[in-house]
Design a protein around this ligand. Structure first.
Ligand SMILES: Nc1nc2c([nH]c(=O)n2[C@H]2C[C@H](O)[C@@H](COP(=O)(O)OP(=O)(O)OP(=O)(O)O)O2)c(=O)[nH]1
Length: 132
C-alpha cells in the first residue's frame, strides 16, 4: 500500500537572545519524546502560512506571524511520509506555553544538534544553524 503523504508546517521562532524555540513531543504523541519545531498538519484549502499561524495559536496559546519559508524536507516514516516545511515566524502576542508538549525551551543555535530531533527535522535544524 502507498503511504499517505502528510503536509506539515513547523515554526522557527527566535527570541531576542537569538535562541530558537524547541518543543518536546509528549509520551502520548506520535514520535514520543522527540524534539520538534512546533506546528502540525496543514488542513485542506489552507496556505502554509495560515496553517502555521493557526497551529501555534492552538498548541502554544500565542499569536505569531509567518515571515518566510526556511526550507522543506520529506521524510518517510514507518506508516506515513511527512513533507515538513519550516517557516520563520515572529511572536506577535503572548508567550508560548506547553499545553500538548512536555516541554518548551529556547536554545542557542550552537546547541540545537544536542537534542534528539524527529527524523524529518534534522536537515532543517542544520539549515537553521547555518542561517546568519
Ligand atoms: N508539528 C511537527 N510535527 C512534526 C515535526 N517533524 C515531524 O516529523 N513531525 C510529524 C509528527 C506527526 O506525524 C506529523 C504531524 O504533526 P502533528 O503535530 O500535527 O501531529 P498530530 O498530533 O496532529 O498527529 P497525530 O499524532 O494526531 O496523527 O508530523 C515537526 O517539526 N513539527
Amino acid at each position: 500500500m502507498n503511504k499517505k503523504l502528510v503536509e506539515v508546517v513547523a515554526a522557527v521562532i527566535e527570541n531576542e537572545n537569538n535562541e530558537i524555540l524547541c518543543a518536546l513531543r509528549s509520551p502520548i504523541m506520535t514520535l514520543p519524546n522527540m524534539w520538534e519545531f512546533p506546528g502540525g498538519k496543514v488542513e485542506e484549502g489552507e496556505s502554509l502560512y495560515t496553517a502555521i499561524e493557526r497551529e501555534i495559536k492552538e498548541e502554544l496559546k500565542c499569536s505569531i506571524k509567518a515571515i518566510e519559508i526556511i526550507g522543506e524536507n520529506r521524510h518517510e516514516y514507518e506508516k506515513i511520509i511527512v513533507n515538513l516545511t519550516a517557516i520563520k515566524c515572529n511572536l506577535v502576542e503572548g508567550e508560548p506555553v506547553a499545553d500538548e508538549h512536555s516541554k518548551l525551551i529556547y536554545l542557542n543555535k550552537e546547541n540545537l544538534e544536542s537534542l534528539v530531533w524527529a527524523p524529518a527535522d534534522i536537515p532543517l535544524v542544520k539549515k537553521v544553524i547555518n542561517i546568519k
